[in-house]
Design a protein around this ligand. Structure first.
Ligand SMILES: NC(=O)c1ccc[n+]([C@@H]2O[C@H](COP(=O)([O-])OP(=O)(O)OC[C@H]3O[C@@H](n4cnc5c(N)ncnc54)[C@H](OP(=O)(O)O)[C@@H]3O)[C@@H](O)[C@H]2O)c1
Length: 320
């Protein structure tokens, strides 16, 4: 686990410990790593700064897979992917930044049998898994829409820094390819009718969720419209309290093909804890060799999508 003492990472650590996975805790602050290890007897601590390949090689000695939860991810994946490949280890992360995911999926393929799976968090994997489960066979879909509703959102420090780096820029998929829109104009809005309890809401369109990149990588389509509705957050919630927050989410994916629309959806609680559950499930499957594909892959490419979704802590899953 790299960035092991971060908010999301701590959920992953706890989940992997419950599954008896042998863990090495790594990151740049030795004191915080040891403090975390005190709560998880049997875990090993190997501090490593990203600008020290020697430290990283020591940290990754003998590991089977690296899970990177250190973000913003504009900074952290290159050194960790390189170190993972030097160690012959698989690499997984929870990057949600569209620009980072775009750059990573444009990168070189890892050696045969090695898996590099970026963007396994809420933004990047849930929409991709839903779309993969719903896509079906037949001619290419005209469009794959991803709509996200949140009843509030108090971003963690990592998310706030990632938002600052994005500076309003938006990656959109239209006309069969990815485009970068500058942050000079505010994102357009439009109405999307979400499943209950959200219903019809005026949502931000062109929301740059990493699902745009992950879906575009393997599901043929011309358009990937996105919608994000976030209800105003009334009070500071407990997002940083190292326990699940009360935040509720719904993600709906619509496959548009030949005049028909097929909608599937999932709802649950706390996008950070939920991201960690997905990363832990992905890691477990990688360690067990329970993957459909290796190489540079999205969640939808790597895992049996419907089966993976059914293991997750969701309140509601509609794949019908
Ligand atoms: N895809 C998704 O839906 C999704 C879901 C959850 C989280 N995320 C992303 O995951 C990242 C972490 O989120 P979080 O909620 O866990 O935030 P967090 O609590 O702020 O944790 C960030 C962690 O990253 C470490 N880190 C940051 N830059 C680093 C660097 N250059 N070298 C070494 N360590 C570094 C931090 O260590 P220090 O304290 O030492 O800086 C800390 O351990 C964020 O970018 C967030 O946006 C994405």
């Amino acid at each position: 686990m790299y960035g092991a003492y971060g908010h999301t990472a701590q959920f992953v650590v706890a989940a992997l410990r419950r599954r008896d996975v042998a863990l090495v805790l790594s990151g740049r602050d030795a004191g915080r790593l040891h403090a975390l290890a005190a709560h998880h007897p049997g875990t090993r601590v190997r501090p490593a700064a990203l600008d020290s390949p020697a430290d990283l090689d020591r940290a990754l000695d003998g590991v089977v897979a690296v899970v990177n939860c250190a973000g913003p991810f504009g900074d952290t994946p290159p050194a960790l992917v390189d170190a993972a490949l030097r160690a012959g280890a698989h690499y997984l992360d929870v990057a949600g930044e569209t620009l980072v995911a775009w750059r990573m999926f444009d990168g070189p393929e890892p050696p045969a049998g090695v898996l590099v799976a970026p963007a396994l968090g809420f933004f990047g994997a849930l929409g991709d898994l839903l779309a993969t489960a719903a896509y079906g066979s037949g001619p290419p879909a005209g469009a794959v829409t991803v709509a996200v509703a949140l009843d509030g959102w108090v971003p963690t420090r990592g998310s706030r820094l990632a938002g600052k780096l994005r500076a309003g820029r938006r990656v959109v998929f239209t006309g069969g390819r990815l485009h970068l829109r500058s942050g000079d104009t505010p994102p357009p809005t439009a109405t999307w009718t979400f499943p209950p309890p959200f219903g019809a809401q005026e949502a931000e369109t062109e929301f740059p969720t990493a699902d745009v990149v992950t879906i575009a990588r393997h599901l043929p389509t011309q358009e990937i419209p996105t919608y994000l509705y976030t209800a105003p957050t009334a009070t500071e919630d407990d997002t940083n309290a190292h326990r699940r927050s009360e935040q509720r989410f719904v993600v709906e994916v619509a496959i548009h093909r030949g005049g028909h629309e097929h909608r599937v959806s999932a709802s649950g609680r706390d996008i950070y804890a939920f991201s960690a559950a997905m990363a832990a499930e992905a890691t477990t499957r990688v360690l067990q060799g329970n993957v459909k594909a290796t190489g540079l892959v999205t969640a939808g490419q790597a895992f049996a999508a419907a089966d993976f979704l059914r293991t997750l802590p969701l309140d509601h899953l509609n794949l019908s």
